[in-house]
Write a protein that binds this ligand. Sequence first.
Ligand code: MN
Length: 496
Amino acid sequence: MQAKVREMILLCEENNIPLDEAKLNKVLSFAVAAHFGQKRLSGEDYIWHGYEVGKILIHWRLDTDSIIAGILHDSVDDGAASYEDLKEVFGEGIAELVMGVTTLGRIRLRGSRNNEFVENLRKMFLAMSQDLRVVLIKLADRLHNMRTLSSLAPCKQKKIAQETLEIFAPLAERLGMGEVKSELEDLAFPYVYPEKYEEVIKLSRSQYKEASQHIFKMRRTILRALAKEAVAGAKLYARKKHLYSLWRKLERKDIKGDFSQIHDIVAMRILVSSIKDCYVALGVVHSHYKPVPHLGISDFIAQPKPNGYRSIHTKVFGPKNRIVEVQIRTFTMHEEAEYGVAAHWAYSEAKSRGKVTSNELEAGISVGEDKLNWVKQLATWQEEIVDSKEFLAAVKFDALSDHNFVFSPKGDVFDLPVDATPVDFAFCVHTKLGNYIQGAKVDGKVVPLSCKLKSGQVVEIIKAKNPKKPNRDWLRFVKTQTARRIIQKAIREETD
Ligand code: MN
């Protein structure tokens, strides 16, 4: 136990996180008590799962409340702790975070594979978490579960891996966490598409090797040239394309499995200190290696991608005239590209403790003081640098707070307005279902048809044997235009 405490303290020190030994001991002894006698399927004591989730969050440099909540995230649902225990020992903030993760864990993510429902699931996930840190803890939880997936039964492995590809990896991408998204995808790949996985591994081995060698040759030339231009502290390395995204690219219609058309299987990455140095580096690269006509340069610094991604990408003729992609960015942009909103959090934390220089802040980050408004500020910040409605809708909980996500008994998710009723639900599922309403059940209990639905509930319509005319009284409580229109039409037809 002491060795583990030491290890975590060191990790906190490396990442400038103010979590001291006394506090950590308190957290871990609480976790030990809550998970007493529990083991994971891998045979490990249960608390080490929370511990590893905490380590991931330290790595992402989240605030101490999130890290503690991460360590304790299963202490209520899988352990013996309660909200009151948590609140008494660690305060309301941490207790709320743990309950947020617990609530998200109870959402059933099964249902149809229809794009619309999957998108609703992702939205619901954000809407129900209320605090973005809850989503980040949940992502760290999923990441550790995926890293240890081999100890589960095969039927569970595939289901969890599939859910990871459909819900969690896209969520990580929306949040700008490219590294997390890629790791989740690569971990899920062999479980969801085992044959394809083997095939890509086999086909790509020599391609990876050859491309790496080319980059190694270019590295020395460019480093020397950068030094001449007085670009100090630049870092150059080879970035391998992740296997799952390589496969997806190979599957594209315009590529059809042709490796010679994939120029970024291994890309050269150049990290420098300032935006100015990015453009100097671009000049250096082009003066030694000719840019490829027509494939050209993408300047995502001048025009960032919708999720905030910034870098300059260029394709050049490398050694033996092989096309090589070069990606140039600042260290700050790199951190953002890997850890997205989490990196943003790290900056706001560090700044409040005076650890970030004004230069780093000027490199594209404006941070407000009020942590509670963090999500809103993030949204504003995103708005300033890029106009993307989709990203805003994804991170801005306000935009989703007037939605109501309910489930059909099969697990399909429906996006309804606030205060919608089982009647609205029925017409939303299918017009025909609206014509057979006899009664309704919510979470297995019979309720009145005027009952106001809440996010996360399972709604079941009790069907009549024969079609029934909609009831005029329903107009008093329905919330959706669809339901209202159909009911009014039916009444008109009746009186005609
Ligand atoms: Mn967990």
